[in-house]
Design a protein around this ligand. Structure first.
Ligand SMILES: [Zn+2]
Length: 282
């Protein structure tokens, strides 16, 4: 096991990233003063040079199957607004999905939303290990290191994961403009759902179009829920944040709601460590 608690693959495998490839993650505001950590698992559609395009066209690599469109830009704005550290993944989820447990087949998807990913079909153990070692583990280590830093300073931070979702999935239109994903800890989700609906009139999905109760949200489960940190997953419909006007609008109103919610002192305790009225709903 290493810093992030993810098992280290003992097997040797050829290197993946070359000298022209970027880092496995981007860290913004590492010394930010807010008691808040932002993460963006699907911020990038970058593929390591060694993997070519995974057999996909440039157009396909610009689709939601490769990247959460607009999510990285929203995360950057929130990081700046709140002076909060943020960790953004440096590689596409098609290389390895950092928001999945490694034993899940969707960690290395060979098909996504009806599109085959040729470069992921039949990949061997060595190839998987290289992607884990050089992309997946460093990203989660970076999140763990930030949380260690908060801990060393005696701070219990809130944890927010930013994602985006496609307006149409499997030919079904999704009406929600924002989805708020949570499981047992409703300290962030309850007021966010209320503010986004009441103050901004948005169509908010309560655990829709995905659910915080589904095991697919590995990052939140592994780093925040298990530690009792107040947490939430925020999913923004990506047609709303495709351009800078949309990003500014959504990051602005979302930031306004987060600002109100972060005033609640009950967030800055681990769930179960103190009596937090109304914090837990099943
Ligand atoms: Zn995502």
């Amino acid at each position: 096991m290493n810093k992030s608690g993810i098992p280290v693959e003992p097997e040797h495998s050829p290197g993946l990233l070359g000298k022209n490839d970027g880092p496995a993650y981007e860290l913004l505001n590492p010394d930010g003063r807010a008691a808040l950590l932002l993460v963006c698992d699907h911020a990038s559609n970058t593929i390591p040079q060694n993997l070519g395009t995974l057999g996909l066209s440039e157009d396909q690599l610009n689709l939601h199957i490769a990247i959460d469109i607009g999510a990285g830009a929203v995360t950057r704005q929130l990081s700046q607004r709140f002076d909060a550290p943020a960790v953004l993944a440096g590689y596409s989820r098609l290389v390895v999905d950092v928001n999945r447990r490694l034993e899940e087949t969707t960690a290395f998807p060979d098909e996504s939303d009806g599109i085959l990913v040729p470069g992921n079909i039949g990949i061997d153990v060595a190839e998987r290990n290289a992607r884990i070692r050089e992309c997946y583990t460093p990203y989660h280590d970076a999140i763990a290191a930030q949380l260690d830093g908060f801990n060393s300073n005696g701070v219990v931070p809130a944890f927010i994961a930013i994602h985006s979702f496609t307006p149409i999935m499997s030919e079904e239109k999704r009406p929600w403009e924002i989805g708020i994903l949570w499981d047992k800890d409703s300290r962030l989700s309850d007021p966010l759902i209320r503010l986004l609906s009441d103050e901004y009139g948005l169509c908010v999905g309560d655990n829709l179009p995905y659910s915080g109760r589904h095991p697919a949200d590995f990052t939140v489960d592994h780093h925040a829920e298990s530690a009792g940190l107040a947490h939430v997953g925020i999913e923004i419909r990506h047609d709303l944040i495709r351009d800078t006007v949309g990003v500014d609008r959504l990051a602005g109103l979302l930031g306004n709601c987060i600002e109100v919610v972060l005033r609640d002192e009950s967030l800055y305790h681990t769930l179960g460590s103190v009596d937090i009225p109304g914090a837990c709903r099943t």
